[in-house]
Design a protein around this ligand. Sequence first.
Ligand code: ZN
Length: 419
Amino acid sequence: MSDIRMWLEKKLLQLNLTNSMDVPEGFTRLSYTEDEARAHHEFRSIAADLELSTFTDNAGNQWAVWETDSNAPTVAVGSHLDTVHNGGGYDGVAGVLCGLAAVKILKDQHFTPQKNIAIICFASEESARFGVSTIGSKAIAGLLDKEEQAGVTDAEGTTIKDAVNSFGADWDVIEQAEQTKDALESFIELHIEQGTRIENNNADIGIVRGVACPIRLKVTANGMANHTGTTPMHARKDAFAAISPLVSFVEQEAKMVSSTKAIPLVATVSTVKLWPNAMNVIPGKVEFGIDIRSVDDASKHNMVTAITAYSAQIEARTGVEIVIDTLVDNNSVFLAPSIQEKLRQASQNLGFKSLLMDSGAGHDVMNMAMKWPSGLIFIPCEKGISHHPNEHARLEDLQKGTHVIAEYLRKETGEIHGN
Ligand SMILES: [Zn+2]
């Protein structure tokens, strides 16, 4: 086994705070908990072994910097170490690990970068604890809505503010974690694909063009609750029966759009609530959420138009009032074509087949891309399984990802371009 593969294997365990990746219950390192802090501690320890200088910013993000010249630009690479409940050991970890491993490769080869290289371990990427995702990268990019987020609580009633403070960071000055435009030159993230497109296309590496952001709707159907035994069928306003066809409509429409258009769209109905939800009462009110994603924003909006029109038909036919509220409507994030090209070139130089693709899930890179030219590399993960104890990426693929990052950094920091 090559040096770097053994190193990856060892440090993968270290960052996951484990002796074996075969853990039936998976890994649980929720945002801003002691568990995330312990993983961050291991990150600092590995970075120190690589002779990188480390610091923690006010949002609890960890920085490991290979500084060659404080006046030179900084090229950054990063991902996260927090997980969902009983998640896998690769989502996030892969990017942090491969970033550090790329530095190791360059150092072992006695490469001297002409620019600084920063490996960032973002705090609190997953929304599992607070329902808010990518807190650390939002803070770095200056996108954190401090007022709105301060009071958000977890299931135990702990606020984000208290969690951040007990993590050793400082909520009151969290905005100081923001980096200026000049502080970084560019950013790349490596992440497991959480799908099977790379494998299906016999490719080695995915290079992401766009990250699909959701439109989220809340649909409320207001009927009339009444006795199930005494209310005849013709006199009912059953909210559940009326709204139900919308569930299959959403699925059918999304299938139709995806089979007829070049850019796929996915849509999901979930979070159903029903009142009063009793066997002897006709459902008076039903509420559910619809999550619609595509990198084609027009296609998402067309879907909303179709849902609205179909709901109006239901309303007219049944007399059940249907109200649609938009909870989230974010445009897709497009990553820098120049960086896509550099990553494609790096993969090609190494003899790896790359696939240009889009991401259906959000990542820290979305926030970084708002401020700096950014790129996203995917490596395959077995059967596309993620956020689950069975999540698995092969060492071979971690190694390929590492080499792509190293090759990219070598080109990016090897010489100062211009004047
Ligand atoms: Zn992730």
